[in-house]
Ligand binder design. Structure first.
Ligand SMILES: *[C@@H]1O[C@H](CO)[C@@H](O)[C@H](O)[C@H]1NC(C)=O
Ligand SMILES: *[C@@H]1O[C@H](CO)[C@@H](O)[C@H](O)[C@H]1NC(C)=O
Ligand SMILES: *[C@@H]1O[C@H](CO)[C@@H](O)[C@H](O)[C@H]1NC(C)=O
Length: 376
């Protein structure tokens, strides 16, 4: 085809043999001296195939304790189990409340017509609620007192998970409070949570006093400061992760003992640190790093903004429901802001399915606006 090839100058035979042999010798010497750096080397020197990449960096920096070794093997097995398939997969809505739920009538509207695709659990820590919606009647679980910022908060969350896990059809487990309201219609929420393979656990690194400043070295060796994370307590968990929380006693105990109010003269709140830290350590790729429940901290006070009746407009609800970037700010002097797109199966989508905090007086406005603001 190409005539020029025939005119290529030919080396005399002994010269090209010498060149080839010397290249081969140089190659052999180099793979002998740097065996781990040469990709070709393992194919030549390892008769059973190339395994060096698997062997490389797994040496732990310290010896694990017995409990850690046990925890790691259990978590690894649980993370490997494929999701169970059920004929009618459901979402568990778990309400953490002191007593009555002021938005039951709104939730009733939200749930109506979707009876076989959800289940409701109510943990009422102070007084037995009077239910006005058929979906809430008979759904109270055994409950105990909950003190704000104490481990009893986490215990209540675990109690809700334990009850909700009994139903094998429950695939996602959403934690909600008495001041939470839905921002989208049921189908939207169902599809968002069901067709995803992550848990929505808020998780970020805050080097400031309200983040890593709360860390106690008593948590060593299992929990190191570099792994300590913060996040809102309002989660949505996939079943696998809910089971891991049931199985964990090692990390739970560390937080129970050493992340509490007035620990080493500082206040640590286990419900803001246990889940973000645990899942950052064991399955960072399996969590979204934001919460599907919107809270407005922009006023920079101790408690988030709570909406009054006059605040509740179509525009406010639409505005919250269409936010598609998550926002985190550190509590140190730098006040470093991190803004990230909310990616749902790799596509940019609204971040939030629920909102808080709404005063009970907003109920009528919300009922009036519900069908409008939840129409996508
Ligand atoms: C979730 O699914 C996406 C694609 O649908 C995939 O890229 C990602 O690795 C999966 N994540 C996990 C934790 O399985
Ligand atoms: C969440 O953040 C961790 C790092 O903290 C990262 O490894 C992980 O990929 C993030 N998750 C998603 C779904 O982006
Ligand atoms: C709801 O939306 C419809 C159509 O967009 C509009 O005509 C109606 O006034 C809205 N109702 C409220 C309460 O905003």
């Amino acid at each position: 085809m190409s005539g020029s090839r025939h005119h290529r100058p030919h080396l005399k035979r002994p010269v090209w043999i010498i060149v080839l042999v010397s290249f081969f010798i140089i190659f052999l010497i180099s793979v002998y001296i740097y065996p781990s750096r040469s990709f070709a080397a393992c194919y030549i020197f390892s008769p059973r195939g190339c395994t060096m990449f698997e062997q490389l960096p797994t040496t732990p920096s310290r010896e694990l304790t017995d409990e850690e070794t046990i925890a790691q093997v259990v978590f690894k097995e649980l993370l490997k189990t494929p999701p169970v398939h059920s004929k009618s997969p459901k979402i568990a809505f778990m309400f953490l409340t002191p007593g009555n739920l002021p938005f039951e009538r709104l939730w009733d509207k939200f749930f109506h017509g979707h009876e076989d695709r959800f289940s409701v659990y109510v943990h009422a820590s102070s007084e037995k609620p009077v239910h006005v919606s058929r979906y809430f009647v008979g759904r109270d679980i055994h409950s105990e007192k909950v003190a704000w910022g104490k481990i009893s908060m986490l215990d209540a969350e675990k109690r809700l998970l334990a009850h909700a896990l009994v139903d094998p059809d429950n695939h996602q487990f959403v934690l909600l409070s008495d001041s939470c309201v839905p921002l989208h219609n049921f189908d939207y929420v169902y599809n968002y949570l069901m067709y995803t393979n992550v848990s929505y656990i808020d998780c970020f690194e805050d080097p400031g006093p309200h983040g890593s400043g709360r860390y106690s070295e008593h948590m060593l060796p299992e929990v190191e400061k570099k792994d300590f994370r913060k996040g809102s307590q309002w989660f949505s968990l996939k079943r696998q992760h809910a089971i891991i929380i049931m199985a964990d006693s090692l990390y739970y105990t560390k937080f129970k003992l050493y992340c509490k109010p007035n620990m080493d003269g500082r206040n640590c709140y286990a419900d803001e640190h246990y889940l973000p830290t645990l899942f950052y350590m064991i399955d960072p790729g399996g969590i979204a790093n934001w919460s599907v429940t919107h809270v407005d901290w922009s006023e920079g006070k101790w408690h988030p903004k709570a909406y009054r009746a006059q605040d509740v407009t179509f525009d406010l609800l639409k505005k919250i429901a269409s936010i598609d970037e998550s926002f985190h700010i550190t509590s140190d002097q730098k006040k470093k802001v991190t803004i990230q797109p909310c990616l749902w199966n790799g596509m940019k989508r609204p971040c939030y399915l629920f909102g808080r905090k709404f005063y009970p007086e907003t109920l009528d406005r919300l009922l009036f606006l519900f069908s409008n603001y939840t129409t996508v």
